[in-house]
Design a protein around this ligand. Structure first.
Ligand SMILES: Cc1cc2nc3c(=O)[nH]c(=O)nc-3n(C[C@H](O)[C@H](O)[C@H](O)COP(=O)(O)OP(=O)(O)OC[C@H]3O[C@@H](n4cnc5c(N)ncnc54)[C@H](O)[C@@H]3O)c2cc1C
Length: 510
């Protein structure tokens, strides 16, 4: 199922073969650590030695320079080794994009080779006890003292807490409400393990991703050099945002390999499970279920690699990265549940990877911004696109005697702009769209003239006469208008609004 895509470069194709081989040869070792609930240090070191942690880092800093597509290819495969995939993800996310875009050359030379070699594992530290989805609400503070910063506060839910050496943190550097309003109150820093005052506070017992520690961190007067500050003071929000598309994409990629392994397992399993004297793969319901999983796998995978391509082309695919994350995690949960159902009781046991897929995809729906937050982003950013403001006008077609989507001028176009005609436009719209208001621009378009201010004055006059109902925006400006009952009566006789299908009996009309 997990075939390559035609737009991959030769180097990306080679990487795909290499990382796939690596994973195939180490699945049993990954299982071993999973069952032991031990962090798989030897396996992580082997993956690092292969250079996988440097997949997105430019060659001049010791990486492979294979972009977001390379990151996706590696994440998809390493995700099949459970904890190794998660550590890979947080380690490269703890600074890669942020350092590439915001660090000085000296900082790049210091940190990027360490990320690339996997010599230092990293952790991303955004979340705090009081800052979850509202990531800007950080309490952890950084105060300047000469050439140093003093950090105080707590972070929580940090993947890789304890095993990571490099912690990419976001701290508050201003209390000024005006600065905060512009999201200028946050600055980003790297804090290294072993810095005095920086301690591990708690490890969370979680539903999934079991053998990667996830926990709380405590910063008690932790002094770090100003050289550990990434980006300008007050630019932490931009630094955080700069990595988010990549982060969401890689977060979705690590689940993709699990879809594929689940499909292979289901083919294997249902050819060997006999009920009612038939192998279960002969039951149409089971076939439908597997087909559904294959479909969702292909959609999630194709979308993730499309998004990776956009990033590699230098685009900022905010909407697509959120969709990639949403689709991979929601489909992951749905497919895992379906797979469990197909396998019956076996699917619920730890002896098969299906229940783990369920637990990990559920986590995926919360980390990296919850899926509700992704939907908020998808809606808000889509609403800013030109397509969301195209008006789709229905006009009454007298020949068909029905409202049709039309690009023709309104029947009122060219009439004098006065109260009577504006009321007619608004009342006629009731015949076409009985449940909708009109925007002032809809009315202006229909009448085909008049300045916005003159039309607004007419609306106010009609409102005073109770002939129209208006909806005002927060600034109290008229945003929408519709005819009142009295307005409808004044504009047209009641027959204007009546409409019956041809087959409707005249004797039943009243
Ligand atoms: C396993 C795991 C690993 C993690 N790893 C890391 C890590 O490495 N680094 C890190 O910094 N963080 C990490 N996190 C934290 C993760 O990013 C947060 O849990 C996540 O952003 C949600 O924050 P929260 O848990 O505080 O939930 P809350 O923000 O309290 O959300 C609770 C509910 O309210 C909803 N909600 C909140 N705001 C809105 C809104 N405006 N509109 C609609 N619904 C809303 C949410 O969708 C959610 O359903 C991890 C979490 C987990 C569970």
């Amino acid at each position: 199922m997990s075939e390559s895509f035609f737009w991959w470069t030769k180097e990306q194709l080679d990487l795909y073969e290499k990382v796939k081989d690596f994973v195939e040869n180490h699945i049993e070792e990954a299982e071993f650590y999973y069952w032991k609930r031990k962090f798989p240090w030897p396996l992580v070191k082997k993956a690092a030695k292969e250079g996988f942690f440097g997949v997105g880092i430019p060659k001049e800093y010791g990486g492979m320079e294979l972009g977001a597509t390379g990151g996706c290819i590696t994440g998809e495969q390493l995700g099949r080794l459970y904890s190794v995939g998660h550590v890979f993800t947080v380690s490269i996310l703890a600074g890669l994009e942020q350092i590439l875009r915001y660090a000085t050359e000296e900082q790049k030379r210091k940190w990027l080779p360490k990320i690339a070699s996997g010599e230092q594992l990293g952790a991303v530290c955004i979340t705090e006890p009081f800052a979850g989805s509202d990531a800007a609400n950080v309490f952890t503070s950084a105060e300047k003292d000469g050439d140093e910063w003093i950090i105080n506060g707590k972070k929580r839910f940090i993947t890789g807490a304890g095993v990571a050496d490099r912690y990419f943190i976001y701290a508050k550097t201003s209390e000024d409400p005006a600065v905060r309003k512009q999201s200028g109150h946050i600055t980003s820093f790297i804090v290294e393990k072993g810095t005095p005052g920086f301690t591990l506070e708690k490890i969370n017992p979680l539903i999934g991703i079991e053998n990667v520690p996830n926990g709380y961190l405590d910063f008690n007067n932790v002094r770090i050099s100003d050289k550990n500050r990434i980006g300008a003071v007050g630019k932490g929000w931009n630094v955080m945002m700069s990595g988010l598309n990549f982060e969401r994409l890689i977060g979705s990629a690590i689940l993709l390999g699990m879809f594929d392994d689940t499909i292979k397992l289901l083919f294997h399993y249902t050819k060997r499970r006999v009920q009612f004297n038939r192998t279960t793969n002969k039951f149409p319901g089971i076939q439908n279920g597997i087909a559904e999983i294959i479909t969702k796998c292909k959609v999630a995978r194709t979308f993730a690699y499309y998004c990776a391509k956009l990033i590699d082309e230098g685009k900022e695919p905010m909407i697509e990265a959120s969709i990639a994350k949403l689709v991979a995690t929601e489909y992951g949960r749905e497919c895992a549940l379906k797979a469990i159902q197909i396998m019956g009781g076996d699917g619920l046991t730890r002896f098969y990877p299906t229940e783990r897929f369920l637990r990990d995809s559920k986590i995926g729906e919360i980390v990296g911004g919850t899926n509700e937050v992704q939907k908020m982003i998808i809606y808000r950013f889509s609403a800013m696109l030109p397509g969301s403001n195209v008006s789709i006008r229905l006009r009454w077609n007298d020949e068909i005697d029905a409202p049709l989507i039309s690009k023709k001028d309104s029947r009122f176009k060219g009439l004098e702009v006065n109260e009577e005609n504006i009321l007619k436009v608004i009342a006629h719209d009731f015949k076409v769209n009985p449940g909708l208001y009109m925007t002032p621009d809809d009315v202006r378009e229909d009448i085909g003239g008049g300045s916005r201010s003159s039309i607004r004055k007419i609306f106010e006059a009609l409102e005073n006469k109770k002939l129209i109902v208006v909806h005002r925006d927060r600034q109290k400006k008229i945003a929408l208008v519709k005819a009142s009952y009295e307005g409808l009566q004044q504009a047209f006789p009641k027959e204007h609004y009546q409409w019956f299908p041809e087959w409707y009996d005249d004797s039943d009309k009243f």
